[in-house]
Design a protein around this ligand. Structure first.
Ligand code: 5GP
Ligand code: ZN
Length: 112
C-alpha cells in the first residue's frame, strides 16, 4: 500500500521517533505547528477516525494509553492538545489514522 505513514512505521522513510511499542509508533511532525508536535499512529493501517470499528478500537485505546507517556517525556506537564483530522472537511492530508499531540506553549482557544 502506498501510504507514507506505513512506510515510516516500517522504517522505509526516516522519522524522528519519540515512542514505540507493539502497536503504536510516534514521531515528530515534519512541519511542527507548536514547540512540541508529535504524530501518534497505529502501526496497522487504519485510514481515518471514520474507519474505527469494534475490530480495531483496541488499537485506538493503545494510542491513548501511549499519549500520556509521550506527553510526560516531552515535558507537557502544563497540558496539551490531541487532534485527529478526518476526511475532506477535516483537512486530513495523510490517509493513515494519526493523532497530533501539540504543546509546549499556550495554544489558541479556537480549533478551526
Ligand atoms: P493531517 O493534515 O493529515 O492531519 O496531518 C498530516 C501531518 O503529517 C502534517 O502535519 C504533516 O506535516 C505531517 N507529515 C506529512 N508527511 C510527513 C513525513 O514524511 N514525515 C513527518 N514526520 N511528518 C509528515
Ligand atoms: Zn498506512
Amino acid at each position: 500500500m502506498d501510504c507514507i505513514f506505513c512506510k515510516i512505521v516500517a522504517g522505509e522513510i526516516p522519522s524522528a521517533k519519540v515512542y514505540e511499542d507493539e502497536n503504536v509508533y510516534a514521531f515528530r511532525d515534519i512541519q511542527p505547528q507548536a514547540p512540541v508536535h508529535v504524530l501518534v499512529v497505529p502501526k496497522a493501517h487504519i485510514a481515518s477516525a471514520d474507519e474505527v470499528s469494534a475490530e480495531n478500537a483496541a488499537l485506538v485505546a493503545e494510542i491513548f494509553k501511549a499519549i500520556p507517556k509521550i506527553a510526560k517525556a516531552e515535558g507537557l506537564a502544563n497540558g496539551y492538545r490531541v487532534i485527529t483530522n478526518c476526511g475532506e472537511d477535516g483537512c486530513q492530508s495523510v490517509k493513515h489514522l494519526h493523532f497530533h499531540v501539540l504543546g509546549g506553549k499556550k495554544l489558541s482557544e479556537r480549533m478551526d
